[in-house]
Design a protein around this ligand. Structure first.
Ligand code: F6R
Ligand code: MG
Ligand code: MG
Length: 381
């Protein structure tokens, strides 16, 4: 039977500021889902990274189901009430609409849903990132499903040798394109290297794949909060679901892209490039310059609609190197203050005072006179 994994996340308030979730709020979300899920979902888990609460649900209602979305929406509403009561910072900030209207997409929270035909054993990983954007998944997802130096299964496992199909979204123009790897590798990289504009939305097995014909095997949230609200209301910290094993990337191949740190956009005020750091729950507060951008990976298996797990996969000494590398990169790049490429280019910053500064300085700006400029620069010897 077709089963759907729905992962929905939101920042509904933090302590003290965009840093970490507040346990009573997490509990309120959990309680709401537990008391209202009967007959609707068969299992769920609540988790978090930084200031974002994450709900992973399993059900047979398909993607975009209004009742499932409403359950998550109302759970976040219940959490928001607690957040408001205790005065959490940004209480309810990702709930952009007053009333639920049938689909949680476009209402603030991030959504990733996979409708699948479960295998005998259905292992998968839920990734969650804070202080960055959906394009931060481009590099690791490409490595998992497209790079044989990361995923040797692409070369040596007959069941994945034919490669995978990628669905890429142009998030500015609302368009999508399907690219088939390995044939279209260079086209794919030409797009997704521009991670603020093109994002990997889904990965599919190929039709000719013997085990999983044309199945969706990975999905990433792509909800651009700034586009939804028309103004900045918080970085659209992404999450993703990746199925693993048996003709798909092995668990270790799905974690390997995070064994080294890499640069993403986001961090302080959503306006800086910074290193991605893989962490377990105990290191998932956003403390260094509101970061650094962090990623968690939770490993599950699913059987008959029930979840087992999660395993906190980055909570292990094997990722200490990546964490240290991220710290070194953070120390290095922080020395640049507000200079690019640490600070993002003007058009990509989530906060900018530039328009007002330009307005203020407009009367003082003078036209450059080439000749005059040269004579002023003449150096007396
Ligand atoms: C970035 C983020 C934080 C805030 C920063 C300022 O995604 O959440 O870095 O941007 O803490 O927050 P405000 O403007 O709410 O004071
Ligand atoms: Mg936040
Ligand atoms: Mg966040």
């Amino acid at each position: 039977m077709k089963t759907t994994i729905s992962h929905i996340k939101a920042d509904i308030g933090s302590l003290p500021g965009h840093t970490t979730v507040y346990q009573p709020v997490v509990d309120a979300v959990d309680n709401y889902v537990r008391s209202n899920s009967n007959g609707l979902i068969s299992d769920y888990r609540i988790s978090h990274i930084g200031d974002d609460i994450q709900i992973t649900m399993v059900h047979t209602k398909g993607a975009d189901n209004p009742e499932v979305h409403e359950l998550a929406w109302n759970a976040f509403k219940a959490g928001t009430e607690v957040a408001k009561k205790v005065g959490l910072y940004g209480a309810g900030q990702d709930l952009l609409k007053d009333a639920f209207s049938g689909n949680i997409k476009g209402m603030g929270p991030g959504v990733a849903e996979l409708e699948i035909t479960p295998r005998k054993a259905e292992p998968f990983i839920v990734y969650m990132m804070d202080k960055t954007e959906p394009g931060a998944f481009n590099y690791p997802i490409y490595k998992m499903f497209g790079d044989p130096f990361n995923t040797p299964g692409l070369v040596i496992d007959q069941n994945m040798h034919m490669g995978f199909k990628f669905e890429v979204w142009d998030i500015y123009n609302g368009k999508k394109v399907y690219l088939s790897l390995p044939e279209d590798t260079y086209d794919l990289l030409a797009l997704i290297g521009s991670k603020g504009k093109y994002v990997i939305k889904r990965v599919f097995t190929k039709k000719e794949h013997t085990k999983l014909p044309d199945e969706n095997v990975a999905v990433i949230t792509t909800d651009k909060l700034s586009f939804i609200a028309g103004e900045y209301v918080g970085k659209d910290d992404p999450a993703g679901i990746v199925r693993i094993q048996s003709g798909l990337p092995a668990n270790g191949e799905a974690l390997e892209p995070f064994a080294n740190s890499y640069l993403v956009s986001g961090w302080m005020r959503g306006s800086f490039n910074g290193p991605m750091m893989p962490v377990g729950e105990k290191d998932s507060k956003m403390v260094r310059f509101d970061g650094p951008p962090k990623v968690r990976a939770l490993g599950f298996v699913m059987k008959d609609g029930k979840l087992n797990g999660p395993v906190d996969l980055f909570d292990d000494v094997a990722f200490d190197f990546a964490r240290n590398e991220a710290l070194q990169m953070a120390n290095y790049i922080r020395k640049m203050g507000v200079f690019e490429p640490h600070r993002l280019p003007d058009e990509d910053m989530e906060y900018t005072a530039l328009p007002r500064i330009l307005e203020k300085l407009a009367p003082k700006f003078e036209k450059i006179n080439e000749k005059g400029a040269k004579s002023e620069m003449k150096i007396e010897r």
